[in-house]
Design a protein around this ligand. Structure first.
Ligand SMILES: Nc1ncnc2c1ncn2[C@@H]1O[C@H](COP(=O)(O)OP(=O)(O)O)[C@@H](O)[C@H]1O
Ligand SMILES: [Mg+2]
Length: 304
C-alpha cells in the first residue's frame, strides 16, 4: 500500500489489514455494505478481504446482515459453488477472508471489459445451468440469495460461475443442514426477517422481482431467485438485458403490468429467436400465476 492509499484514511481497516498480515493488491471501488479488498495472505494465497464499511460500523442492523452473509456463505460453500470463507471475525468490526475466484465477473464479461464470453450457446447455457444448481441447492438448504445479478457472479477460468455476495440472504425454512449445525445462533440471526423494510429495497431494480422492490411484507422464497435467474439468462443468451437503458420507475411499471408474451417482444424484439414464448410465465407480476419451478426453467434452457 502506498502512502497515498485511501485505505490509510480508515485507521481501523488499516489496523485490521496489518493484523491479518495481508498485502493489499487493490480495492474494489464498488462496495455497498463492505470494503472489498484483493490481497495476498501468507497461508491462503490470493484472497478477498471483505469488511464492514466505516460508514455502517455503528449500525447494529448491518452487523446482523453481515452475520447472515457469513453464516449462509460458510454453510453453503461445502455444497455448492460459493467461495469458501477461510477465516472471519467480529473485532474490531465484522470481516472475513474469502477464497479469491477470479477478477472476471459476469458483468465484466457481458460488458466486454475482459475476455468476451465464448459465443457458443452450449457454453453459455452450461454456465446458466450451473447457476440454477447453485440456487436449487441453496433453496434446498433453506436459503434464498435475493440479489442475483451479473455483478454478483464471478466466473473462473473454466467458465464456472460462483455466486457471491450473500448480504441480503434470507432463510426460508429450516432444514437438515441448519439443524445439523444449530449450536450456532442461526435461529436468532435469521429470525423475524421481512423481505423489505419500509423505504428500503434489497437488491437492484432491473434484476429483482417487482414484489421484492415494492412490497413490505412479501415472504421471500425461491421465486425471488428464479425471477432474477430468468433475467440473467436472457442477458447471457441474447446479449441484451430485458430492461436495458431503462430507469427504475419505468422498469417497475413494466414489471407490474407484464401479462403476455407480446409485451416481452416489445421490450426485446429478438427474444423469441432464442427463448420460447412460455418464458413470459416466469416474469408475471402476479406471484400466484408466475411459474416458480426451477426444473421447468432447466428444461427450457436444455431445449434452447
Ligand atoms: N471471492 C471473490 N473472488 C473474486 N472476486 C470477488 C470475490 N468476492 C467479491 N469479488 C469482487 O468484488 C466485488 C464486490 O464484492 P461483493 O461481495 O459483491 O460486495 P458488495 O456487497 O460490495 O457488492 C464483486 O462484484 C466481485 O467483482
Ligand atoms: Mg455485490
Amino acid at each position: 500500500m502506498d502512502s497515498h492509499s485511501p485505505l490509510l484514511d480508515d485507521g481501523q481497516l488499516h489496523e485490521l489489514i496489518s493484523q491479518l498480515n495481508i498485502t493489499v493488491l487493490y480495492k474494489h471501488d464498488r462496495g455497498n455494505m463492505g470494503d472489498v479488498l484483493v490481497g495476498l495472505h501468507r497461508s491462503y494465497g490470493k484472497v478477498i478481504l471483505k469488511a464492514l464499511t466505516k460508514r455502517l460500523r455503528s449500525n447494529i442492523r448491518f452487523h446482523m446482515r453481515w452475520e447472515r452473509e457469513l453464516y449462509a456463505t460458510t454453510l453453503l460453500s461445502n455444497y455448492t459453488l460459493v467461495p469458501q470463507i477461510f477465516s472471519s471475525g467480529l473485532e474490531p468490526y465484522p470481516w472475513f477472508i474469502q477464497e479469491f475466484i477470479s477478477d472476471q465477473s459476469l458483468e465484466r464479461f457481458l460488458k466486454g471489459d475482459c475476455h468476451k464470453l465464448p459465443v457458443d450457446k452450449p457454453v453459455r447455457r452450461n454456465m446458466l445451468l450451473q447457476l440454477l444448481d447453485i440456487v436449487g441447492t441453496a433453496a434446498r438448504h433453506g436459503f434464498v440469495h435475493r440479489d442475483i445479478r451479473p455483478d454478483n457472479i464471478v466466473v473462473d477460468k473454466f467458465l464456472r460461475p460462483y455466486l457471491i455476495d450473500w448480504g441480503v440472504v434470507a432463510r426460508v425454512r429450516t432444514n437438515e443442514l441448519v439443524k445439523a449445525t444449530d449450536s450456532t445462533p442461526l435461529t436468532k440471526i435469521f429470525s423475524g426477517e421481512r423481505l423489505t423494510e419500509p423505504s428500503r429495497c434489497h437488491g437492484v431494480i432491473g434484476y429483482i422481482a417487482p414484489e421484492q422492490s415494492s412490497a413490505y411484507y412479501d415472504m421471500p422464497s425461491i421465486k425471488n431467485d428464479i425471477y432474477s435467474l430468468v433475467l440473467v439468462a436472457i442477458e447471457v443468451l441474447t446479449g441484451t438485458g430485458l430492461f436495458n437503458g431503462k430507469e427504475d420507475e419505468e422498469i417497475l411499471a413494466i414489471q407490474m403490468k407484464l401479462k403476455d408474451p407480446d409485451q416481452l417482444l416489445e421490450l426485446h424484439p429478438t427474444l423469441f429467436d432464442v427463448f420460447p414464448p412460455e418464458i413470459h410465465r416466469f416474469l408475471l407480476a402476479d406471484t400466484a400465476r408466475r411459474n416458480q419451478d426451477l426444473e421447468q426453467l432447466r428444461t427450457i434452457l436444455l431445449h434452447l
